[in-house]
Write a protein that binds this ligand. Structure first.
Ligand code: ATR
Length: 284
């Protein structure tokens, strides 16, 4: 029940109507009997600054920030954690001693989803498809966790730029792989983990994939950031090749769990979050 003492956690983005986070987070807050409520706010670009001021003035506990404001919010926060500074994007804000601190749990979500499936990822060979915002968050987090990365992007200059920035900020070298079958195939042979961090395969273009089963092997773990559909063509191809698969929904759930733990200081009820996230997806 919402009471006088209830603290609000906001979702700031545009659009927010179809987000599954409110259902997933409120189910988790209720399960833990915490006096918080999670509410989505559609924030146009011109009100980004006011929305952050509003967190302070109204005494909100924190927020999730989603597309298109993840970078724009940064300059209005009092503090930033190390990984969000490197990534250049914030998806979680927490009020700490009257100050607003920014975090990025997107890459952590990927890391937690991978660890749940295959354990430690230090020393693993990872091939990332894409060089956009999602790829950045995943690449910085996995590299800091000791994985060896290769990046392949349709537009090669963007992969080169990201590789140079990763080298500059983490000191670790990243190889750029041309997005052509031959080179990709060779690189996948040497990889333990393949991550699609592009929008390829997302509804309505569900018959698209950059990599097919012929290019995969049974020792591979394939993770997709796309969660609509829950089982993308890439993941169905991975099944055919006998590879392990992780749906994009698991990353979303795990980033939500990481954010929940930042706001509440309590361990996230991950099974409840998974149930509600999947149910919410199936209703859409
Ligand atoms: P996000 O922030 O979600 O990562 P983005 O910054 O727009 O979104 O990045 C989208 C990624 O998907 C890019 O890596 C993009 O490749 P380009 O840099 O070449 O544009 C990739 N992408 C989108 N459609 C693609 C397609 N049909 N084939 C291959 N890559 C695609």
């Amino acid at each position: 029940m919402i009471k006088g003492s209830t603290k609000v956690i906001a979702l700031l983005g545009d659009p927010v109507e179809h987000s599954i986070s409110p259902e997933m987070q409120n189910a988790a807050l209720e399960k833990k009997k915490l006096d918080f409520v999670y509410v989505a706010f559609k924030v146009p670009e011109k009100y980004v600054e006011e929305s952050i001021k509003g967190i302070k003035s109204l005494g909100l506990k924190g927020a999730n920030v989603t597309i298109p404001h993840k970078s724009a919010v940064m300059k209005y926060l009092d503090e930033l954690d190390e990984i969000s500074q490197k990534i250049g994007a914030v998806n979680t804000i927490n009020e700490e001693n009257g100050k607003l601190k920014g975090y990025n749990t997107d890459g952590k979500g990927a890391l937690r989803a991978l660890r749940r499936k295959i354990g430690e990822i230090r020393g693993k060979e990872v091939l990332i498809l894409g060089a956009g915002g999602a790829a950045r968050a995943i690449a910085f987090t996995l590299i800091e966790s000791g994985a060896n990365l290769k990046i392949s992007n349709r537009t090669e200059t963007k992969a080169n730029d990201l590789a140079a920035e990763l080298k500059d900020k983490t000191g670790k070298s990243v190889t750029q792989i041309p997005q052509k079958s031959r080179e990709l195939e060779n690189s996948i042979k040497e990889s333990d983990i393949l991550i699609n961090s592009t929008s390829v395969g997302m509804h309505p273009k569900t018959d698209e994939t950059i990599v097919d089963s012929e290019m995969m092997h049974s020792n591979l773990t394939v993770m997709d950031i796309v969660y609509n559909p829950l089982k993308t063509l890439l993941l169905r191809e991975a099944d055919k090749a006998g590879a392990k698969t992780i749906s994009g929904i698991e990353m979303l759930i795990q980033q939500g769990a990481e954010s929940f733990e930042i706001w509440t200081g309590k361990k996230a009820p991950i099974n409840v979050m998974r149930d509600y996230a999947i149910k919410a997806m199936e209703r859409r």
